[in-house]
Design a protein around this ligand. Sequence first.
Ligand code: 8YV
Length: 317
Amino acid sequence: MADLFDVTFKPVDGSLSAEALLESAQGQDVLVSSINDKLDAALIARLPRSIRLIAQFGNGYDNIDIEAAYAAGITVTNTPSVLTEDTADMAMMLMLALPRRLVEGAGVLTRTGEWPGWSPTWMLGRRLRGKALGIVGMGRIGTAVATRARTFGLHIHYYSRHRRPPQVEEPLEAHYWEDLDAMIHEVDIVSLHTPLNATTRHILDAGRLRAMKQDAFVVNVSRPELIDEKALIGEIEAGHLSGAALDVFENRPAVNPALLALARSNHVVLTAHMASATLEARLEMGETVIVNIRAFIDGAQPPHRVLPEGKGRLARG
Ligand code: 8YV
């Protein structure tokens, strides 16, 4: 970026306060944001007029009020595709880690050092093969997860706004559910791969969590707000759900102490928002940001423009 543009980098590899962000945006044409930057309507209204493009470094863009940016004539772009495979790997890893007691088993050697030695009943987990996986959101990442899961012998079920064509469904032998509630009853694992917006916030609410099978579990590498986290904790504590494997949690970077306690008692596996954290993904995300900026500056339609719901691909801000 520094070779191509006149760039001001933020001093730290973390979050900026709203004031610091606004200050750093002074005199700039483009703002490169990430999930940590809360660009809500109030902040967008205060951005300097010079900002014409918000180039998100990330696939998800729920930190940005897309409607407000559009109304202000600011183009928004994201970096889809380049983190699909890594994110799907992480979902698969979490899906295996919980029933096969990976964290607990590794901890015996590295944390407690108290290994009694092998026995027939030592560290019994649950088999993944043959279980039913319910995928919520069968977009790029959901489909990549389904492809992996099928290879592991899981039966693929999915709920999505739109049914996928036979070319997608048939190789996966995927069963489409029009009704999420109906799917929830039937599956052993629910994995979330849908963007966060007003309709998907708490898509796994208390009622749906309660409706899941008793020994089912939840995987989330998407956004924490898709799950009613308090209800999830309550259901696991009450033994109504066998657990959860989560890469994301509400009120990040803090973690609810009750969730940590469940992780310590091995009902929950927690990783720290690292599903797309590979060097390759980060480099490709950066390259995608650059491509979006270059196209925009050259007066072309950036390839990964994000538009508000209902606005056509060719609509311009
Ligand atoms: C990113 C993510 O690392 O791209 C996304 O949607 O959740 C992450 O994996 C992060 O959002 C960077 O902005």
